[in-house]
Design a binder for this molecule. Sequence first.
Ligand code: BES
Ligand code: MN
Ligand code: MN
Length: 457
Amino acid sequence: MKTIINNYIETHKERFLNELFDLLRIPSVSADQKYTADVQKTAEAIKEKLIAAGAEKVEVCKTAGHPIVYGEKMIDVKLPTVLVYGHYDVQPADPIELWSSGPFEPVIKDGKIYARGACDDKGQMYMHVKAFELMMQTNTLPCNVKFMIEGEEEVGSTNLAIFVKENKAKLKADVIVISDTGIIANDIPSITVGLRGLSYVEVEVTGPNRDLHSGLYGGAVANPINILCEMIAKLKDDKNHITIPGFYDDVEIISAEERAEMAKAPFNLDTYKKTLDLSDIHGEDSYSTNERTSIRPTLDVNGIWGGYTGEGAKTVIASKAYAKISMRLVPHQNSDKITELFKNYFKSIAPKSVKVKVTPHHGGEPVVTPSTSIAYKAASMAMETTFGKKPVPVRSGGSIPIVAMFKSELGLDSVLMGFGLDSDAIHSPNESYGVFNYLKGIETIPYFYKNFAELKR
Ligand code: BES
Ligand code: MN
Ligand code: MN
């Protein structure tokens, strides 16, 4: 098995990289209408790659938004079926001036592939297509496979949720495997066993009905930007606890033993601070950095604007101020409920001198996946084989909203076997993905299939 896999990768790795580069050159930004044709083109390209790798019934499924690519290889209905989920859409590339090379002109530098989507998630998704090709070409595919690759993960997967509800029979499987998360380090493999949920809102604060001269009116009317800042400041207390009444009511209480177990995951605070150029960290009282980004909910302003931001100085009191605010949720918080609590509280703290509008965006539920399942064992053993070390189970701070839906609608657990690193800078300028990680993923996935098929028997 080992020589078959390693020889195949060694022989074909240049092509594996070139094919990924072809995908990375298409700017499949799902959030921006300007790229709709490119998003479609990426879906078509993946369809062709799946067909070339040996998948059948490959189709680009239309949705009310961006399409979903589906394909399968059923070798024997008696064998277990693995459903691979991934996404081909990417985050916008801006601020573009901070990139060292074009976001859609992939290059390899110091062993890393630089491009938007290199890690999140084109690179990681495509590892599965190439691992599938490897198993097909070497006659080692031990399970049935279904691929479902979507184009709207970065904008909330609304249409995938509908697709899943409408295609339960088509998506029948024994497990879902996803590479869209990370490992602790290249010599410390890990498997993600938890994702946070998300509530995302946009707020609009209106003061006077038009922009005003800040000398003639300043001091006498509410400045919506000042007020918005004051209101945001009220959302947390001096211990960095979120002040929204009821916010923590449903938060899962983690036992001291479990926290002690989690604290064993390797982590170096000095390196953490150094890589981010921080002289100190910041967060909720009496929780560690890892706890703050995994088992605890958060509230963050993602963007804030209003008034004059152009060159020079303009003396003005703006009529309106805006902010985009996200809340990361943990089990057993509920996205709709938290959004409602936010809305009520935010309106309640607004002074009479302004009007406040709160608009909810997409959300998602938190999820914890079992670390005792056959699928987890299969993934753990696979990583142990290829990394030479048993992976550590860790809860991640990120969100993949569809994972909770896979459980509730399809009754399926997901194995979150990702290969990215925090230093890959996903969503940021100069996103990258290690060539090591890309090839390691392609190497590990066939072992997962083999272990899963054997353990299932
Ligand atoms: N792949 C990420 C999520 C992720 C990254 C989870 C690393 C764990 C480790 C995904 O593409 C993503 O960015 N999700 C969004 C949510 C979505 C609704 C926009 C997120 O977490 O902000
Ligand atoms: Mn992703
Ligand atoms: Mn992402």
